[in-house]
Design a protein around this ligand. Structure first.
Ligand code: PLP
Length: 384
């Protein structure tokens, strides 16, 4: 049906009408006092969302740009880095490190499994010479729906003492607590089209004092993504280059909405949506791709047996106007993913699960009793 599409992919995520309307205004001059006022409010609220007093920089870039900025501003060619690779995004950060000539050491886990913090501990403890300059982790691995144990891995990084911890929080920020200051995270990168409830186009990086120390001697080339420029200008509530000002209008409203809901409520909602989705999928007899103790709060990946994942996605879209994500790389056709990140409510999950049941029946998959999924999801929603 026209204009009825419901996005349940892990990004871009749905955008509230209030935010869309805020963006539908004439742009303003980005060197104006009015713009600086908006930027000051946004920066303050972004720090609130990141639970930090660190510098919070806003880039005109997607999440990859924010993460690349984080990697290139604090390191030098040949620096030794440990990169956690257990999915598409972890692999990407390995590629970025390779592209910039770092000495990249990958700590891997099978796609669908969490990274093992012990492997980080062993490498970091063995590094008596302190040659490891950074540990780079994807917190929520969107390609598989796995949440890596950042808290424990970070504890090992802190015990090492020298290495910076750099984190892709693109699908964890705004879904689960990422206490940047409490954990002492040095570089924290994210993108607007995920937990922020606004369209794609902005990247965010939180930078610690320790990372700024490394910046002074870091030698990788940088210009547009030179975070020092953004830091200097952010102090005056402005940006080095023309920002997408209408995105800022939207972000201002989205952050106000998040503040009204409250951090704890936002995290509780994502926890509930995740638990409801997982309970429903189990009740439908479909295997979950990520284990219960490492479930991403943003995305539930399902590896259906006996029914084609791409057919499920196709019927969901054609008959019910619900867009689910497919698998990436070698998981194409093997899994589908239900996004529940950002502006997603209990009602959206109930709609998705009941539509999924109808889709399965239409495809002749009958290894569940009709209503089992929706019953399981409803129970979770009633209890959590
Ligand atoms: C979406 C996403 C990114 C960023 O991808 P872009 O297309 O560059 O915005 C990075 N990491 C994770 C985990 C993501 O989900």
């Amino acid at each position: 049906m026209d204009n009825k599409l419901m996005l349940m992919i892990p990004g871009p995520t749905p955008v509230p009408e209030k935010v869309l309307l805020a963006m539908a205004k004439h742009p303003m001059g980005h060197r104006s006092g009015d713009f600086s006022e908006i930027m000051a409010e946004i920066t303050q609220n972004l720090k609130w969302l990141h639970q930090t007093q660190n510098d919070l920089l806003i880039l005109t870039a997607s999440g990859t740009g924010a993460m690349e900025a984080g990697i290139i501003n604090f390191l030098s060619p040949g620096d030794r880095v440990l990169v956690g690779c257990n999915g598409k995004f972890g692999d990407r950060w390995g590629e970025v490190c390779d592209a910039y000539g770092l000495q990249t050491e990958r700590i891997t886990a099978e796609w669908g499994k969490a990274l093992d913090p012990e492997q980080f501990r062993e490498q970091l403890e063995a590094d008596k010479e302190k040659t490891i300059k950074a540990v780079i982790i994807t917190h929520s691995e969107t390609s598989t729906g796995v949440l890596n144990d950042l808290e424990t891995i970070n504890r090992h990084v802190k015990a090492h003492g020298e290495a910076l911890i750099m984190v892709d929080t693109v699908t964890s920020l705004g879904a689960v607590s990422v206490p940047v200051d409490q954990w002492g995270l040095d570089v924290v990168a994210s993108g607007s089209q995920k937990g922020y409830m606004i369209p794609p186009g902005l990247g965010f990086v939180a930078v610690s004092t320790k990372a700024w120390e490394a910046y002074k001697t870091a030698k990788l080339p940088r210009y547009y993504l030179d975070l020092g420029k953004y830091r200097k200008d952010a102090a005056k509530n402005t940006t080095p280059f023309t920002p997408p000002v209408n995105m800022f209008f939207g972000l201002q409203v989205a952050l106000q909405m998040m503040q009204a809901e409250g951090l704890e409520n936002i995290f509780a909602r994502h926890k509930r949506l995740t638990a409801a989705s997982r309970a429903a999928v189990k009740a439908l007899g479909l295997p979950l791709f990520a284990p219960d103790d490492a479930a991403s709060p943003a995305i539930t990946a399902v590896a259906p047996a006996g029914v084609d994942a791409e057919k499920i996605r196709s019927v969901m879209k054609k008959r019910f106007d619900i867009v689910l994500a497919g698998g990436q790389d070698h998981l194409k056709g093997k899994i589908f993913r239900i996004g529940h990140l950002g502006f997603v409510s209990d009602r959206d999950i109930l709609a998705a699960i009941s539509s999924l049941e109808a889709t399965l029946l239409e495809l002749g998959y009958e290894q569940f009793s009709p209503g089992a999924g929706i019953t399981a999801a409803s129970k979770v929603i009633a209890e959590l």
